[in-house]
Ligand binder design. Structure first.
Ligand code: BGC
Length: 362
């Protein structure tokens, strides 16, 4: 699979699975949730419908990566466990982003029915989050086929959203949808913008006020934000960007990034020039957001575990604070795999990373 990430040509190595999991993430049985499904009455709609207010509440989050967006859960070393949600809530995070590969669990022919048992598993994850007061973002992640051939997959994406939106229409506003993770390759802006508008129309039939996270093209890179066109009359949108720059630092030695081996040893010490580069990027995002009157969610940022921990912690702290200073909510990539802030083998947080994300005295 060819992956162009933030302007760099990359080869995705499909054997990334185990390598991404530092020390073998634990497997758990997918037991049905003991947690009752929340109803839309649990939070007054008015409280969360304002996208700026809800973005504030999205606050500081973490991605439950490498679990439900793997071809099948567990295949990339992470199986979600109830205790993870408790740990995340207890640590003080506000939200989880749950990447989901719906496309691997839906029929390939109309009406593209999503496997009910997969829905049950996602329900379980969503309920684990919401019942602990964590906001939850569910997305469509790793729909690789649509990046290669949008024309062939556009109806299927819309059908997935018709089902997902209908299924969760009575959930409280603290469940947010995200239309598509990191549109890229053949999903150029002129193809993506109209498809995004159509997907939003589908979602709005059943979820007129739910806040929906939307992204521009080019892997949600900050430089592609200018290409994003949103329906003016849809005010329940939160715009997301991802940040992995400098890429040679954050993706050094990443098995799925061809040519990343020579980057090993790249450090980030927060020199004035390094900080300025980040600040300039974030300032551009803030200017776009101001001009378009949209809240911003930094939905992914992180540095791979092959970088030295001191640099990772410095970079992570700087990125999170830069986001916060501009009123962006954020979600670290990710919880317990190759970028992990938590080590499921030792059952311990990576303290320097956790402190960088949630400093005791922010
Ligand atoms: C991808 C992951 C990847 C991460 C960092 C995410 O958007 O879905 O597979 O590990 O970016 O490259």
């Amino acid at each position: 699979m060819l992956k162009t990430h933030k302007g760099t040509i990359l080869m995705t190595i499909l054997t990334l699975s185990l390598a991404l999991c530092t020390g073998g993430c634990s497997r758990a049985t997918a037991t049905p949730s003991p947690v009752p499904i929340p109803t839309s009455t649990s939070i007054p709609a008015s409280q969360a419908a304002d996208p700026f207010e809800q973005n504030r509440r999205l606050g500081r989050g973490v991605n439950l990566g490498n679990a439900l967006e793997a071809p099948s859960e567990g295949e990339w070393g992470v199986t979600l466990r109830e205790e993870y949600f408790q740990l995340i809530a207890d640590a003080g995070f506000d939200a989880v982003r749950i990447p989901i590969r719906w496309s691997a669990h839906a029929a390939s022919a109309p009406p593209y029915t999503i496997d009910p048992s997969f829905f049950e598993r996602v329900d379980w994850a969503v309920n684990q989050a919401l019942s602990r007061g964590l906001l939850a973002v569910v997305n469509v992640h790793h729909y690789e086929e649509i990046f290669q051939n949008p024309a062939q997959h556009r109806e299927r994406l819309l059908a997935l959203w018709e089902q997902i939106a209908g299924h969760y229409q009575d959930y409280p506003p603290d469940l947010l949808f995200e239309i598509l993770n990191e549109p890229n390759t053949a999903l150029t802006a002129n193809v993506w913008n109209p498809l995004l508008a159509d997907a939003l129309r589908v979602v709005r039939r059943t979820n007129p006020d739910r806040n929906v996270v939307v992204s521009s093209t080019e892997w949600s890179g900050v430089h592609a934000l200018g290409y994003l066109q949103l329906p003016d009359d849809d005010r329940h949108l939160i715009v997301t960007v991802h940040y992995y720059l400098p890429f040679q630092f954050t993706h050094q030695g990443a098995e799925w990034v061809s040519g990343s081996e020579p980057w090993l040893g790249t450090t980030w010490s927060g020199t004035p020039a390094e900080k300025q580069a980040v600040a300039d990027d974030f300032e551009r995002v803030a200017a776009w957001a101001e001009e378009h009157d949209r809240p911003v969610y930094l939905g992914e940022f992180g540095a791979y575990s092959k970088a030295d921990l001191e640099s990772r912690a410095l970079w992570t702290d700087f990125i999170a604070r830069q986001a916060e200073q501009r009123g962006f909510s954020w979600a670290y990539w990710e919880f317990c795999a190759g970028f992990g802030v938590y080590n499921p083998s030792t059952r311990q947080w990576n303290e320097p990373l956790l402190t960088a994300l949630l400093p005791p005295n922010p």
